[in-house]
Write a protein of this length. Sequence first.
Length: 140
Amino acid sequence: MLASLLAGWFARPAECAAPRAPRPSAAAVQVEVSRTADGMLIRVKGEARAECAGALLDGLLAPGRRPAVVTLDLSELRSVSRLALGVLAAYRRSVVRTGGRVRLAGVLQPAVNESLVRAELFGLFETSAAGPSARAPKRV
């Protein structure tokens, strides 16, 4: 259902569209999915630019089924666009609607942490109890 709703919003090229300024190919977003004892671990790496939102969506929806717990490891994500934040929020919403939970694991890069806080999305995600966890900065 989520895929059908968002399919028209995001272009899904095989690779991210070529940006205006040349960037290394390693800068594209990469999504790795693996099964764990708790449920599923999704690692997102690279830069989640706006032109890569479709690739991010495809990577998140690839597993097909939703386990009870999805752990997002964004520790190797260097930056995230607002469009990519919307994809993460929509994915979390779809998991919660089916009775699951989404939590963050690992220490977030400062730019990603700040983006989540500024978009007021940090509070939507639980933090993993195992290992160092993502932390929202305190607001004054």
